[in-house]
Write a protein that binds this ligand. Structure first.
Ligand SMILES: [Zn+2]
Length: 273
């Protein structure tokens, strides 16, 4: 099959958006145009241009390989919208000037809305870092929960989230530890999902790690910074990383200091990563 034909098939599958309400036809047209641009790039058939140290192009060529698929995400990043209604979030993600999007939005009533194919790169993570990864948008799926940031997450919403996470974990073989929050990857800028988010419940269902009842005190030379870095946190601003860790794994206070309990939890988790 020719590369162009494969690109066409990919395009058709990307465009199979069922039942887009009339009011979002404009957004659908924009998305289709942009998918076309992505597919054009996928069907590249030029020799790569690589220059030597003198600025001369090295000999190169292009011969199409025929065995491939689309890239698969291997992280899931959970957000809260910090808005009062799902309509506000939909508006934000369907206007070009906002330059932000996510793959899924889940309503307070549990309604599941997809806004972008899993295999496209949404703009939800922004500047951030997890372990050595500095471009989380390229490797993750973004899920926005309709929540103003200070209210509890509804049971219906969490139920839908758990079902969606189960599907994504299975479809893309996402490792258990790779279900994290926006605040984890951008501790200096972001605090979502809030301290009220049920991370323990998610971890019990297989999405993200959790600590066991701590059975051992950390050793005397236990270094908080090293342990946070091992888990994945960007520790360039240590107090911010501590707050992010406590928001996710301790959920008692957001003081940028580690109590002896916080250290026990961190030590327990550190040994799992
Ligand atoms: Zn966010």
């Amino acid at each position: 099959m020719k590369l162009k034909k494969i690109a066409e098939i990919l395009l058709v599958s990307f465009l199979m958006v069922a039942c887009t309400p009339k009011v979002y036809k404009e957004a659908q047209k924009k998305q289709e145009e942009k998918v076309h641009e992505v597919v054009e790039k996928l069907a590249v058939n030029n020799a790569p241009v690589v220059l030597d140290t003198l600025g001369n192009q090295i000999p190169s060529g292009f011969i199409p390989a025929v065995n491939f698929g689309s890239r698969k995400p291997f992280y899931v990043i959970i957000h809260h919208t910090a808005q009062d209604s799902i309509q506000q979030t939909i508006k934000t993600f369907t206007l070009e000037r906002t330059q932000v999007s996510a793959h899924y939005v889940i309503g307070r009533d549990g309604y599941l809305l997809q806004m972008l194919s899993d295999e496209l790169r949404a703009w939800h993570a922004g500047a951030g870092k997890w372990g050595n990864i500095t471009d989380m948008n390229s490797c993750s799926i973004g899920i926005e929960l309709d929540n103003n940031g200070s209210e509890p997450f509804s049971e219906m919403q969490i139920n839908t989230l758990l079902l969606l996470l189960g599907k994504l974990k299975k479809d893309y073989n996402i490792p258990t530890a790779n279900f994290i929050g926006h605040g984890d990857i951008a501790p200096k800028r972001k605090s979502d999902p809030s301290i009220l988010f049920p991370w323990e419940r998610l971890a019990r269902a297989g999405f993200g790690l959790w600590y066991d009842a701590p059975d051992a005190l950390p050793p005397i030379n236990f270094d908080v910074e090293t342990a946070l870095r091992r888990i994945g946190y960007d520790v360039s601003d240590l107090p911010a990383a501590i707050v992010a860790f406590k928001r996710h794994f301790v959920q008692q206070d957001l003081i940028p200091l580690m109590s002896s309990w916080d250290k026990c939890v961190l030590y327990n988790l550190y040994r799992k990563y």
